[in-house]
Ligand binder design. Structure first.
Ligand SMILES: [Zn+2]
Length: 365
């Protein structure tokens, strides 16, 4: 995979070298059109033939119709470039998996960790599905574009990285409690990228390009760590299960789904809270002493909360349209959305759910 930052000359030499004299389709929407127009001109400059797939939606839904348009738009192409972030990248990965051609993405926001993941979140028959797809061949990053993305998108990306505290702790906890093996290489990859991003926090708040790059690197690293591990364990734990539960609820109601990373961010606060409950109350279970030690290494919930607020990220689920009943159901049932042991499963096994619900409701609803 070619992960290429814009060169000082303002170009992506490896990418342009690859696509020169080829037939390249470019997919974009109304939000990303200005960036698409710019890179299309550059693509034409290396004698590539361009076919544009333009969506006019402000909030593109990756449903059957949108997918068909994307597939048709690149059916005669050698390569499909998405100009966007989550949805457009997911559609490009899925369409080119079907058409058996390469794809790439010009990233327009540091908003989520799915850039190089093997999953595409799509809508089919009105329901959300995750298709297994190939990864993009090229991820192109122009920090001048990424730093001007709407603030809530960068906040969401940061929230997704904050979530790596609890997902990695869930992994270690499961190792201590259930003996699940840890892929040390994947663990270290994700942990280092998260640490580098956190270390740049003060500059990230000011949207300094080097800090945005650290965030982008960490988001991309999540995909690489998952590939190394063969599953999403290095990047997704209890905080993501909380987010997935809410997502299904929003979709079932036909409501707009809040940004993935924002849900993950608030989910992370809840997961840290759950871990601290176990420590503070000295709850006894198999491997509890080892788990207490892990909890001590987690950042304090107030510290994480303050960081999220500084990034203009919501810290209560009611702020993003979650209903009280859904919140309570989420606490009780989110551990069932994936077959993966996390602190949510542990709390449920220990019969603590009902005790904890009012505490979480007060702090995070
Ligand atoms: Zn994520």
């Amino acid at each position: 995979m070619n992960i290429e930052y814009k060169s000082q000359q303002g170009t992506f030499p490896l990418f342009f070298n690859k696509i020169s004299n080829k037939k390249v389709a470019v997919v974009y929407d109304v939000n990303t059109k200005p960036y698409a127009v710019n890179i299309i001109n550059q693509i034409k400059g290396v004698n590539a033939v361009v076919n544009e797939i333009e969506f006019f939606d402000k909030e593109l839904i990756p449903d059957e119709k949108a997918m068909q348009k994307t597939i048709d738009g690149c059916v005669n192409a050698d390569y499909l470039l998405a100009v966007g972030s989550g949805t457009l990248n997911d559609m490009a990965k899925a369409a080119t998996t079907i058409n058996k051609i390469e794809c790439g993405v010009l990233a327009t926001a540091a908003s989520m960790d799915g850039y190089c993941s093997k999953g595409s979140a799509l809508m089919r028959g009105g329901r959300k599905v995750t298709d297994e797809v190939h990864t993009p061949s090229d991820i192109l990053i122009d920090l001048d574009i990424v730093k001007t993305a709407p603030k809530e998108m960068t906040a969401a990306g940061f929230g997704d990285i904050v979530g790596k505290f609890t997902c990695l702790t869930d992994w270690q906890m499961t190792n201590a409690v259930k003996g699940e093996e840890i892929n040390q290489k994947a663990f270290a990859m994700m942990e280092k990228a998260r640490t580098d991003c956190m270390d740049a926090f003060e500059e990230l708040v000011e949207y300094k390009p080097n800090a945005i790059a650290k965030l982008m690197d960490a988001l991309i690293m999540a995909g690489l760590a998952m590939a190394e591990c063969g599953n999403s364990r290095p990047a997704s734990g209890s905080e993501h299960h909380l987010s997935h539960f809410l997502e299904m609820d929003f979709v079932a109601r036909g409501e707009r789904v809040p940004l993935h990373g924002v849900k993950v961010a608030i989910g992370t606060l809840i997961s840290i809270e759950l871990y601290n409950y176990l420590l503070d109350n000295k709850v006894k279970f198999n491997g509890c002493e080892k788990v207490y030690e892990l909890v001590k290494k987690l950042p304090k919930v107030q510290v994480v909360k303050d960081m999220l607020v500084k990034m203009s990220c919501p810290v209560r689920f009611s702020e993003i349209g979650v209903r009280k009943q859904t919140f309570l159901e989420m606490v009780a049932k989110a551990h069932t959305v994936r077959d993966r042991y996390t602190v949510l499963t542990l709390i449920n096994e220990l019969g603590l759910t009902e005790k904890i619900q009012p505490i979480l409701l007060e702090k995070y609803f």
